[in-house]
Write a protein that binds this ligand. Sequence first.
Ligand code: F6R
Length: 260
Amino acid sequence: MEVVIRPDSLEASLIAAGIVARLIRENPRPVLGLATGRSPLQVYAELVRMRREEGLDFSRVTTFNLDEYVGLPPGHPGSFRAFMNRNLFDHVNIPPANIHVPDGSAPDIPAFCRAYEESIRAAGGVDIQILGIGTDGHIGFNEPSSSLGSRTRIKTLTEETRRDNSDAFGGPDRVPPHCITMGIGTIMESRACLLLAFGKKKARAVASACEGPITAMVPASVLQLHPRAIIIVDGDAASELEKADYYKWVYAHKPDWQRT
Ligand code: F6R
């Protein structure tokens, strides 16, 4: 695990966007795993800027989103599809056929989930998976107690998650209780994971994920087993990390050849 601590979320997000942009420039068929929520917003804003001002070319990019609510009407502004259109897809040149977001209105959800896994495999697997972390330690919508080997499937959200995501719906009771999410096993197969966390509210979850035991009660802790997991946080989200000074020192003294 590499833990990168930057003073604020903008600086942290620019590092993450730089890693993604490098993949897009260097890989002939880059496959991105994408998250929604507040954490990746500045990364997407920077990628959009790079498209507009530097001509960063997304025409060979394929994307797979982590999750989607079940049962929202198409185009619902609270859906993750709408979120992605607003914040990224409408502003970069990813071919529409290369964009994959779980379909929360699929008539046969188990069959849809199997097909989603198959599409990820057919695309050659995910190169970089962008992740946020829930205050309860979830990644994707794999809530505490999710199997660490789980695949894409339907899940029930916890009350805490519905509360955390209620802004787009006008109250926790209006947040759909079910979602489709990539599984933890699915996420672990990506070649690199880039987890972003900002603000004091995330400090406990970040410390448990990075320095606590690996447990299904903190799904993000499984990233300790990933060969290339980069955790990019601001000072507030890092505030409960026991080894924060060590992580800062490591980052400041990284040899040139060892790029993040
Ligand atoms: C979103 C997702 C979730 C969020 C997490 C943090 O696609 O999979 O795991 O990343 O709930 O959300 P924010 O970033 O809004 O704090």
